[in-house]
Design a protein around this ligand. Sequence first.
Ligand code: FES
Length: 109
Amino acid sequence: MSREVPVATVDELAPGQRKLAFVDGRSIVLFNVAGSVHAIDNSCPHNGASLASGQLEGCLLRCPAHGLRFDLRTGCMPGAGGLSVKTFPVRTVDDKLVVILEDAATDLA
Ligand code: FES
């Protein structure tokens, strides 16, 4: 079962902007890359650093702690294998951006 949680207005997140949102005790960071909005868990899978201030090169986000890079579209590191950061689907409902979260019971399935 999934839920849609509003996290920002469309106006808040213009291209090139990013925003941190807190949902159910979880920190999620949203990025608008050239008009496409991506949402990821704000915790690097390597050692838990916040990814919100990471440097972006297109859709590749560099973790500020040790420099691992993750593709915002997939959560994966470029190339084969490696760690991956959790991504969340985002959609626009009226003037709001909503993140789609799976309930914990579904995560375990
Ligand atoms: S904590 Fe992100 S690369 Fe180490």
